[in-house]
Design a protein around this ligand. Structure first.
Ligand SMILES: Cc1ncc(COP(=O)(O)O)c(C=O)c1O
Length: 357
């Protein structure tokens, strides 16, 4: 049995004129990726505030790639510790705030983080509040609504090559956001489509093309394209009306895995329940010990579980200051909740989970 994350050619498209367009809402600016949207938003923030070097507070539990890109842009990154709930460690932050210009809050795995508290904390210190919604399919439920801007990664939810968006309600801020003309990366697009098609054929043939544990190799992303692709954007619009279905299916899958795990090992869950009304990105489980072996076993059995990618260097080399980030990086297993996981796949996944829980 293989639980496939390949979904491109089979996603159902429901036409519903009532659904908002995910890339046409007011003040939604498309970019090549979530990282590109974040870079553009932070550049705009620096211009608006008139600071040469933007001092940005970022959670220590974040992946290295986007942070390398921000550092290459000249942004001064200051990592703050997080709590077990993945909320910022407010006491530690108070000591770090100093002359910071901006603060980044991540809504991990689609779990709404403490946005209202973060906004109040920032407002009291004249710090720009920014929301990282890379794990969030759509704005709402306390995510992407309160920040000066929020960055999203629609490509993590829709069957499309890379696309990011910057969303803001602040028209004064929006005037600082660079207007980058859409590009056309035909070769890249064709490569992506070809790869997905091959993966689909392999999956249909029962060949486990992702059985290896993914090895995260940090890449130089600083020079990655900023511009969104015209074809990818057009493609994304076609999937706007599938969002309700995707949300429901992911919600059902996450709920089923969550209650199964809660029945056996409530101690490994990050939250006591899956928030309703959201499209979960994945279901995180915090193993009591480093979980690379568990992920390898699950992948060999056809379940595309993953570990969190590499932490930024500063965090990686300082386990004492960032204990939660270190533990989660080693022990967090992300279980798939993809919309195409059907009841029989789910039953198989739970059986396999039972062998490692
Ligand atoms: C928390 C977080 N922020 C930002 C990003 C960057 O998004 P993208 O991969 O679209 O550049 C990622 C990537 O996974 C992420 O996990």
């Amino acid at each position: 049995m293989i639980i496939t994350p390949v979904h491109f050619p089979t996603l159902r498209i429901h036409q519903s004129p009532d659904e908002d367009d995910p890339v046409d809402a007011p003040l939604t600016v498309p970019f090549a990726s979530g990282t590109a949207a974040l870079r553009a938003g932070l550049a705009a923030c620096a211009r608006q505030r008139g600071c040469g070097i933007l001092r940005l507070l970022v959670p220590s539990y974040i992946c290295r790639e986007p942070m390398d890109a921000l550092a290459a842009d000249g942004i001064a990154l200051r990592y703050y510790p997080v709590r077990e709930s993945l909320e910022p460690d407010w006491e530690a932050l108070d000591a770090q705030a100093g002359d910071a210009d901006a603060f980044l809050l991540v809504h991990y795995f689609s779990y709404p983080n403490a946005a209202a508290q973060a906004r109040a904390w920032c407002a009291a210190r004249n710090i720009a509040f920014i929301e990282d919604c890379a794990h969030v399919m759509e704005r709402g439920s306390g995510m992407g609504e309160l920040g000066l801007f929020a960055c999203f990664s629609p490509w993590k939810f829709f069957p499309i090559p890379r696309l990011g968006t910057l969303v803001t309600e602040d028209t004064a801020f929006a005037s600082y956001v660079p207007d980058i003309p859409l590009a056309r990366h035909r070769l890249r697009y064709a490569r992506w489509y070809g790869k997905r098609s091959v993966q689909r054929v392999l999956t249909a043939a029962g060949i486990r093309w992702y059985a290896r544990t993914t090895v995260d190799t940090p890449q130089a992303v600083a020079h990655e394209a900023m511009a969104a692709d015209r074809d990818v954007l057009a493609h994304t619009r076609r999937y706007a009306s599938a969002r309700t279905w995707i949300r429901q299916r992911r919600q059902e899958n996450a709920q089923a895995i969550h209650s199964f795990v809660r029945g056996r090992r409530p101690d490994v869950l990050v939250r006591q329940s899956v928030p309703e009304g959201i499209a979960p990105y994945a279901l995180p489980i915090i193993w009591p010990q480093p979980a690379a072996d568990v992920v390898a076993v699950l992948r060999r059995r056809g379940i595309p579980a993953t570990l969190w990618p590499t932490l930024p260097d500063v965090v990686r080399h300082d386990a004492r200051s960032f204990p939660v980030a270190h533990r989660y990086a080693a022990c967090c297993v992300l279980l798939p909740v993809h919309e195409h996981i059907r009841p029989r796949h789910l039953a198989y996944m739970l059986r396999m989970l039972a062998t490692v829980l």
